[in-house]
Design a protein around this ligand. Sequence first.
Ligand code: PAF
Length: 284
Amino acid sequence: MQTVQEPASLRAVIRGWRAEGKTVGLVPTMGNLHAGHYSLIRHARTRADRVVASIFVNPTQFGPNEDFASYPRTLVQDQAGLAEEGCDLLFAPEASALYPLGAERAVKVHVPRLGEILDGASRPGHFDGVATIVCKLFNLVQPDLAVFGQKDYQQLRVIERMVADLGLAVKVMGAPTVRAADGLALSSRNQYLDADQRVVAAEISATLQQMRSLIVEGHRREAVEQAAMARLGRAGFEPDYAVVRRADDLEIPAPDAVLEGLVALVAARLGGTRLIDNLPFQAS
Ligand code: PAF
């Protein structure tokens, strides 16, 4: 597997593939790859002739007090893992290649409403940073398809909305969340947890499953959300939100619209670590 840093080198490789009539799949990442990321690579590999992964810890999607500086950077290990999974090309640019005028002066992509609620409200500017960098990567790679983890459910919806609204010619695909045996969704941030916190962290997926059961049994949404917040609090989390929303636009479901696709979403802090997870389901 080849690694390129410069957009011109990336484009040259992809131009060669295109000349041979190959389709291209993209898996954007911030590195520190785990089994969840590798499942995205496999998802892309079975759907495109060539797979490009990107590794870039994107400064514009971190808030001022977040973990941009300490975010784990493990390039050599990631390169080995990607090569083993059959990834064809790794794009690992410097910040100056993606933000030539500096991150503060960069043109921004803003996705109204979907990018402003839930994590968009708790992490102001986060989804502007995500949409902007993903748009840049789509422009550089011009992939036929791009694969993102369903674990970052709101991010996936924001990217789909951006692609639809800007008329970008890329198929956005969500791949299922990969979980540890106790249900914890795999995430690079799990490594911030100490041994005790790691045990408690599984409570998030258990809470999501309980939220789904209670809604399917016909309990009121507000009561289910309150019970979930209380359960997380008792387990030692500082919950940010525990909500049931419409699966497509993350708006509050109408009380009588039982046939809608729904999603339960949780964001909660454990010690200094903010964890998110979700569970899509049908209410009927
Ligand atoms: O999910 C991530 O790792 C990042 O948000 C992404 C999509 C690579 C954009 O930086």
